[in-house]
Design a protein around this ligand. Structure first.
Ligand code: ZN
Length: 292
């Protein structure tokens, strides 16, 4: 009895001592799951983060449901990738009537080009992901100056984790013999990873998942796999896997597993956070490429 009473007192003290931020959390809307993970890491318990495109969703071909306009109308801050990724966004913003600031998380990143299109997938380079996080930190500080110190501290901690992750990627790639640093992925989501870490990616779908590859494109890739002895092809969580399986069957390249490109998984999947996603991808790449 005494023990229970003491416990209740302790509980009451704990509740009184916990600063209640539930009511002054700011609503943040991110266009897709990778941005919302960054915002949660910086914003901690001072933000409510909502992702429009959910786990394993494809942000290239998203059709916003009517409730998205409401989510944006209630947001204090909207975070987007930019570089042409969210083609569906301008109409949604307009229909929401929102006056919330819109921050482009890729601001300051030198965009890669594929033909005339900008390649939007800059988050696949951890070095660039750090620029996203700094932009999100600055936007949160502007949106909620009272919590500036909190946001800066969380960002600093998370940026240190990203520095460690960047070193992990470099040492993982260093294990792969240089002539085997070539893979096929479904769509061109790894250009920034390729540039930063020196693994070549070839993809039948281009930078968006919107267009189907032609028979000629596929024949070209099959020829290239054979000629360059590309060891492995990869599936992606956001794309149909039939094309990649067909290419594997026709070339004898092995299916090296699934790469998480444009979307995180839910809690039960292998990539519920950005850091988990990058670790999963480098493990899949090294285990498919580092042995003959
Ligand atoms: Zn993509």
């Amino acid at each position: 009895m005494w023990c229970v009473r003491l416990w209740l007192v302790a509980l009451a003290v704990a509740i009184a001592a916990t600063p209640s931020h539930a009511q002054d959390r700011i609503n943040v809307v991110a266009s897709f799951s990778i941005l919302s993970d960054f915002a949660r890491n910086v914003g901690g318990d001072r933000v409510n983060v909502t992702s429009l495109v959910g786990p394993n969703g494809d942000v290239h071909v998203y059709t916003p449901p009517p409730q998205d306009a409401k989510k944006i109308a209630e947001a204090r801050l909207v975070i987007i990738n930019g570089l042409g990724l969210e083609g569906w966004l301008p109409r949604l913003l307009q229909s929401s009537g929102s006056k919330a600031p819109i921050i482009t998380a890729t601001k300051g990143i030198a965009p890669l080009k594929l033909g005339s299109d900008a390649d939007p997938h800059a988050w696949q380079s951890v070095a660039d992901a750090k620029i996203y996080v700094a932009n999100i930190r600055d936007a949160l500080v502007q949106a909620d100056p009272a919590d500036a110190g909190y946001f800066r501290e969380h960002a600093e901690h998370y940026l240190a984790e990203l520095n460690a992750l960047d070193r992990e990627v470099r040492s993982a790639v260093a294990q792969i013999p240089p002539e085997r640093r070539k893979v096929i992925s479904t769509h061109d989501a790894f250009g920034y990873f390729a540039k930063e870490y020196g693994v070549e990616f070839i993809a039948p779908l281009g930078v968006s998942t919107e267009t189907e590859p032609s028979a000629r494109d596929i024949a070209g890739i099959i020829g290239q796999i054979k000629a360059e002895k590309i060891p492995a092809v990869f599936l992606e969580n956001i794309s149909d896997d039939r094309l990649i399986r067909r290419i594997a069957a026709e070339t004898g390249a092995k299916v090296g597993g699934t790469l998480y490109s444009d979307s995180l998984t839910d809690e039960k999947g292998p990539a519920p956070t950005y850091i988990d996603m990058v670790r999963h991808n480098i493990k899949a790449l090294t285990s498919a490429l580092d042995h003959q």
